[in-house]
Design a protein. Sequence first.
Length: 90
Amino acid sequence: MAFTDVETAQAHSAIETNANGEDLCKLGLLYSTGQGGTIDYIEAHKWFNLAALMGSEPAKHYRREISEEMSSFEIADAQRAAREWLATRH
């Protein structure tokens, strides 16, 4: 799935305001496909994990899919990053 520059900017700006599961899932897709930069599975997993917590079913699927490409240490890093992000939001 390709995103326009506007959609990419909107997804990134959403995390600064009132992000929802769809926005966070979109960020996961951006990082997992390397759109706008390099592929970063740790960052992608973080956003998919957060989106899944907000009820995004697609994020659960994508998170499971990229987990197969990651080591247990990378998954732990992604989970830690998600917890840290959540801690800054409350």
